[in-house]
Design a binder for this molecule. Structure first.
Ligand SMILES: C[S@@+](CC[C@H](N)C(=O)[O-])C[C@H]1O[C@@H](n2cnc3c(N)ncnc32)[C@H](O)[C@@H]1O
Length: 265
């Protein structure tokens, strides 16, 4: 089962205990560990301006994983961020890392599905990074996100698309064997988001940027210190398969910015 790791917090504890010179609370110290998408913290930096956050806005991170993006947004902007994720062990790890970072007063995490998530008042902005690949009915899923947002709220996405049908090497970061992977083309994903009640501000193929990021990041081999694949079952194979598929064009990464329509219902 993908996302079946149950002892993530304990693994993080061990990794950080082995690396006593690492200040886990320092900005960027855990960027190699807690960002569960291609592009790492640099990708989050690309999304932040598109959220157009104002003072006091509260942000929803859907499929928040280990919480790296949520903490980064809170640090950069001072805005409160709420993450929601269906995997209990990941939420546990996200809370632990947030406490270590001293950010628990402005970054919170819920365990659950966006479909049943009750929030009042509505959120002012949302993001989702590398999650919809696990969702079969994407339009309904994005409608559930829209339900949680105020009219005019922005949604930023950083997503994997498959330009044409092709066999992929499993495991991938979001699926161990392909049975829980529901990849679509960029055109189809855009249609689903629009059908859910969002207007497009920006929809950009970021695959060239991602290739540059991979080249730069791995120019001197694997980064030293605690790294994301150490938290995941078969982690290194998943990352290698993913970067290979991005390099040969079997997969693409798209960045989007959308606005919830004022007449949404
Ligand atoms: C590849 S990780 C990305 C995590 C995070 N967005 C990031 O970029 O660091 C995918 C995450 O989506 C979560 N997830 C998958 N399906 C979900 C769903 N229907 N609702 C909420 N979270 C989901 C998984 O538990 C996992 O944490």
């Amino acid at each position: 089962m993908t996302y079946g790791e149950t002892a993530v917090r304990q693994t993080i504890d061990r990794l950080l205990s082995d690396k006593r010179d690492l200040d886990a609370a320092a900005d960027g110290a855990l960027d190699n560990l807690d960002q569960f998408h291609i592009g790492g913290a640099d990708a989050v930096e690309r999304l932040i301006p598109t959220l157009a956050l104002a003072h006091g806005d509260v942000v929803l991170d859907v499929g928040s994983g280990f919480g790296g993006p949520a903490r980064q947004i809170a640090r950069r902007t001072g805005n409160h961020v709420v993450g929601i994720d269906i995997t209990p062990a990941y939420v546990d790890a996200a809370r632990d890392l947030t406490a270590r970072a001293g950010l628990s007063d402005i970054v919170r995490f819920h365990n659950g599905d966006i479909a049943g998530f009750q929030s009042d008042p509505a959120f002012d902005a949302a993001l989702t990074m590398h999650v919809q690949m696990n969702v079969r009915d994407k339009t309904t899923w994005f409608r559930h996100i829209a339900e949680r947002l105020a009219p005019g709220a922005r949604l930023a996405v950083w997503e994997v698309c498959q330009p044409h049908r092709a066999d992929l090497p499993w495991p991938m970061p979001w699926s161990l064997d392909g049975t829980d992977s529901f990849l679509v083309s960029a055109e189809t994903l855009l249609a689903c988001i629009r059908d859910a009640g969002f207007a497009t501000v920006e929809w950009t193929n970021e695959s060239p940027w991602v290739q540059d990021w991979i080249t730069k990041t791995f120019a001197n081999g694997l980064p030293a210190g605690p790294a994301l694949p150490m938290l995941l079952d078969d982690g290194y194979t998943r990352v290698i398969n993913y970067t290979t598929a991005l390099a040969n064009g079997s997969l693409e990464v798209w960045r989007g910015c959308f606005i919830k329509k004022a007449d949404w219902r």
